[in-house]
Write a protein that binds this ligand. Structure first.
Ligand code: ATP
Ligand code: MG
Length: 741
């Protein structure tokens, strides 16, 4: 018999049982870090190696593209050979694959384009305008939410009964007009990918039959965060074959706000009564202090399926809590701890993660990391492919691939400026609406008739010829990177950005170069037989969740939202901004269901930590241009006091040779037990000259800022201020002419 010890040895008995189980529906319901993902991966390796299942008979669904790549890599490592033909991906990625293969049956043009949420938003704004609906009364975000949530539930406009409700009627009207515009342009949004793929399987028994035969084994990670349409899709594909292997944790359902339904766990058990539930109770990730804290926190949620989770690991370090004066002090503290861990204790930077509730919080950490000279990566922030200049460039490529792409047309018809003004555009829009044609077609008509002033006609003709010329190049089967370079050059975008005076010109040009690089990498990875490589690349750009950027770079500190940390683990974790109003978020604090979801998010965050967990909060915080004073989060109180140790400030790096002022040195590195509810005394530390650390001040030249640090005495006293406009600077206190702000 073949050696299968590498598949089974790294598993405990409960995990082994799940991995080697006969076919039949299985639901692995277990807490964080109990090895669910490991079980899924080993199960696939087991099927392939021991059960001789062919790779193309396996369908595996992960929550991110990164997780999909890692899963594939792990399995190939275990089997020591490449596994071609296996479908591993996110629901969206897999749906896209279906639709690419069956575009005709799905009623799509061959080169359909994916609208990301920003494209979708812009399109909805244009629809509101066309429908003459006032944006202040009918906010585009609301319409976007309406459309997406109905699609996530599988509802098209005819399925929605407005029942004479004026609000609903208007939303429906927008939904219809939006859908029409998408059909005309041949573009589809994220929710539509899933809905269309579902309808395709539902309405075409032959296609469904084919895939049912093909996917003898269907495995899903993070099942607790599937939405209605995804679950319906799984049910369709599985039929009555009893071949579903799902893993999940109800305590980690954190996407309810986006339509995920944790109830799918119960529905599954109801819909497939023969399902065997597998429970894993040993946690292999965290110290018992961290696990104890997370367990205690989540116990505050009343509606849980309930489970045990224990670890053999030692107690480990206590959880550290830091009360910062403000958000700048918080960033300084976190970065200083990371600097110490990486420089003094030899920890890899990539072992350190900074987690936050909202993306807006990342900027200060980034600044502090830059200042400390620590490389970092932001996951899931603004994706590379979402940067304005990249979207501009992609819009050229999209229009080249598909001239009906209205979103792309609108974006670049006058970018760089080529004298195609708003009046010309309005005329095109009106014309297109009247004829039921696309903007491209309307433009074709416009240049062949004396409709527009000569100058506008000339400009428009130039634009059409430019795109047509590039489309001819694309047809000529060039290499993708060469084509992209040609399109960029011809577009005039590089020259335009170079001239641009906003100071970001160089960065933009570099990003455009990165885009060509990205196509090179992509072309090297994608097998040649995929045909339409430009189309594949554009889909990749729309679907890639931004996590790929973080791969393969130098050892960097990891920054991400709590949501995007799901499934990951790090030796050292900082959960920041643990304040009422921010976490739990103010939008969730009054709704018990949403509050529970925030608590699950906190549970997800805490259980990412393997060895050491910091919880930080700031007494005052400037966010979105407003300064707020915040109470420490209720989540801090829900962690047993004996597991937490309060840390006081300190650890501030000083420039060479500087001696700490007496008050500053007093901050020390000491830690003391909390439980008394008292906060770190550092807030009162004098930074000299009557200023305090964290205090807001104003400088006659640099404007407003915050006191970060101080050193020296008397005439040698220096003070470090982080200025809003000029960044951090050391100033001689005597001459600084600072005023309290
Ligand atoms: P999450 O709920 O956060 O997604 P999970 O249940 O998927 O967690 P894994 O990520 O699979 O858990 O495993 C957590 C950690 O424990 C990983 O580092 C994994 O390699 C390790 N691990 C899992 N099972 C075992 C085992 N039997 N022996 C040793 N280590 C294990
Ligand atoms: Mg997992």
């Amino acid at each position: 018999m073949e050696d299968i010890s590498h598949i089974l040895d790294p598993l405990n008995p409960a995990q082994r049982e799940a991995v080697t189980a006969d076919t039949g529906n299985r639901l692995v319901l277990a807490g964080a870090g109990s090895g669910k993902t490991r079980v899924l991966v080993h199960r696939i390796a087991w099927l392939l190696q021991v059960q001789d299942v062919r790779p193309w008979h396996v369908l595996a669904v992960t929550f991110t593209n990164k997780a999909a790549r890692e899963m594939k890599g792990r399995i190939e490592e275990m089997l020591d050979e490449p596994i071609g033909g296996m479908w591993v991906g996110t629901f969206h990625g897999l749906a896209h694959r279906f639709l690419r293969a069956h575009w005709q049956d799905a009623g799509l043009p061959q080169h359909f384009q994916i609208l990301d949420s920003d494209d979708q938003f812009r399109l909805i704004k244009r629809i509101l305008k066309a429908l003459e609906l006032d944006e202040s009364r009918w906010p585009p975000r609301q319409a976007q939410g309406f459309i997406n949530s109905h699609k996530d539930e599988g509802r098209r406009p005819p399925h929605i009964d407005a029942a004479g409700d004026f609000f609903l009627e208007q939303q429906l009207r927008i939904y219809r007009a939006y859908q029409e515009a998408c059909e005309k342009a041949g573009s589809i949004d994220f929710a539509e990918l899933l809905l269309r793929a579902h309808e395709l399987l539902r309405d075409r028994p032959d296609i469904l039959h084919h895939y049912r035969e093909r996917f003898a084994h269907i495995l899903v990670d993070e099942f607790q965060d599937t939405n209605a349409i995804q679950y319906a899709w799984l049910r369709l594909l599985a039929g009555d074959r009893d071949n579903l292997f799902l893993v999940g944790d109800d305590d980690q359902s954190i996407y309810g706000w986006r339509g995920a339904r944790v109830e799918n766990i119960q529905s599954f058990q109801r819909d497939y009564p023969n399902t065997q539930i597998v429970r894993l109770e040993q946690n292999y990730r965290s110290t018992s202090n961290i696990l104890g804290a997370a367990n205690a926190l989540i116990a505050n949620n009343p509606s849980r399926l309930g489970k045990n989770l224990w670890t053999e690991d030692s107690a480990g370090e206590p959880i550290r809590r830091y009360a910062a004066f403000n958000e700048i002090d918080e960033a300084r503290f976190v970065v200083e701890r990371i600097r110490r861990a990486s420089q003094d204790e030899g920890m890899a930077r990539s072992d350190c993660a900074i987690l936050y509730r909202t993306t807006a919080q990342s900027r200060l950490f980034e600044e502090a990391l830059i200042q400390a000279g620590l490389p970092y990566r932001v996951y899931g922030g603004q994706r590379f492919f979402e940067r304005a200049e990249i979207k501009d460039a992609l819009a050229y490529l999209r229009l080249v691939a598909n001239p009906s792409d209205e979103t792309a047309f609108e974006r670049i018809v006058n970018l760089p400026p080529r004298a195609i003004g708003p009046r010309t555009l309005d005329l095109l829009r009106t014309q297109a609406r009247a004829d039921g044609s696309t903007l491209w077609e309307a433009a074709r008509v416009a240049v062949s008739q004396p409709l527009l002033p000569a100058r506008a006609t000339g400009a428009l003709r130039g634009f059409l010829e430019l795109i047509e010329g590039l489309a001819a190049s694309a047809e000529a089967e060039q290499e993708l990177p060469d084509l992209v370079a040609e399109v960029l050059e011809a577009s005039g975008l590089p020259a335009h950005f170079e001239k641009n005076k906003d100071g970001r010109g160089i960065e933009r040009l570099e990003n455009l170069e990165q885009l060509v690089e990205a196509t090179r990498r992509f072309a090297a990875e994608v097998p040649n037989d995929e045909g339409d490589i430009l189309g594949s690349f554009l889909a990749h750009a729309a679907l890639e969740a931004g996590d790929a950027q973080a791969d393969g770079f130098e050892d960097s500190v990891q920054l991400m939202t709590l949501h995007s940390a799901k499934g990951l683990e790090f030796p050292l974790v900082f959960i920041t901004g643990v304040e009422e109003g921010l976490f739990p978020h103010s939008m969730s604090a009054t709704d018990p269901n949403r509050l529970e979801e925030e608590r699950r998010l906190c549970y997800v965050g805490m259980t990412r930590a393997k060895r050491l967990l910091y919880l930080t909060h700031a007494e005052s915080r400037r966010l979105h241009g407003r300064e707020d004073y915040a109470m420490p989060s209720r989540f801090l109180r829900e962690v047993p006091a004996e597991l937490i140790e309060e840390v006081r400030g300190g650890g501030v790096s000083r420039p060479h040779g500087g001696r700490a002022a007496s008050g500053f040195g007093a901050m020390g590195f000491g830690a003391r037990r909390s439980g008394t509810g008292s906060k770190a005394g550092a807030a009162t530390v004098d930074a000299g000259g009557g200023f305090q650390l964290g205090q807001r001040v104003r400088h006659p030249k640099f404007g407003p800022g915050v006191v970060l640090n101080a050193e020296g005495h008397g005439s040698g006293a220096r003070i470090q201020i982080n200025f809003e406009s000029a960044g951090a600077k050391w100033l001689v206190l005597e001459y600084a002419r600072l005023e309290p702000a």
